[in-house]
Ligand binder design. Structure first.
Ligand SMILES: Cc1cc2nc3c(=O)[nH]c(=O)nc-3n(C[C@H](O)[C@H](O)[C@H](O)COP(=O)(O)OP(=O)(O)OC[C@H]3O[C@@H](n4cnc5c(N)ncnc54)[C@H](O)[C@@H]3O)c2cc1C
Length: 179
């Protein structure tokens, strides 16, 4: 290749390079920690929307000739109470992680970040599943957003580190403190 052209290409590549050569993996790792909490915040929003849909459906769906609604059934009340408690727990754990990232940095907050990654993903799975169940056949259609959540958000337990990988890493660090 002509020396001048090669020089120009190197200059252009140099201009668009982010960070130092050979530091790409480190940079990606540094971004992943804080990035995971953004997934969790979005998943909390999904939980809230699914929860709202579940409660509205429980209040409006009549299931007996005397006008009783789904919400009058204890099993549905149980799903609503469990979902409310799990959502609040996941929200507070995420808030705590955010506080840790702000106060001690993402590296020191990695246990907390690992916890929210699998706790919030699983909380979302359970709440979306209950909301869909309360909607019955309607929940399987695209007339509500629940069927889409059910399929699309299932990936939360796989991407950005599968649940099992986060649990293994977290447990290893915990066990080290007992060694
Ligand atoms: C919607 C979506 C978006 C994605 N976005 C990105 C992206 O932006 N960038 C990117 O790089 N990748 C992305 N991925 C890929 C994702 O990171 C991988 O799918 C994930 O790491 C799992 O790898 P795998 O699919 O090869 O499954 P495998 O590695 O074959 O794992 C299969 C299953 O085995 C279990 N498992 C795996 N490893 C372990 C272990 N060490 N210990 C115990 N159990 C284990 C888990 O249950 C896992 O789900 C995305 C995936 C999906 C589904």
């Amino acid at each position: 290749m002509d020396f001048q052209i090669s020089n120009r290409i190197q200059t252009i590549v140099g201009m668009i390079m982010l960070g130092a050569e050979g530091q790409g993996f480190v940079m990606a790792q540094e971004r992943l920690g804080p990035g995971r909490i953004h997934h969790c915040m979005r998943w909390l929003g999904v939980c809230r929307r699914a929860f709202d849909l579940m409660c509205r459906r429980a209040n409006s769906r009549v299931v007996s000739p005397c006008g009783e609604t789904l919400g009058s059934r204890q099993i549905v009340q149980g799903w609503i109470a469990e979902s409310a408690a799990e959502l609040e727990s996941a929200r507070l754990l995420t808030l705590h992680s955010a506080w840790q990232i702000d106060s001690v940095g993402a590296a020191a907050a990695r246990d907390s970040i690992a916890m929210i990654k699998f706790v919030v993903a699983n909380t979302m799975g359970r709440i979306v599943d209950r909301a869909l169940q309360v909607h019955g056949g309607l929940g399987m259609t695209d007339d509500t957003i629940l069927a889409w959540y059910y399929r699309h958000e299932r990936a939360a337990r796989i991407y950005d580190g599968a649940d099992e990988v986060h649990k293994t890493a977290l447990a290893r660090r915990i066990l080290k403190t007992y060694a």
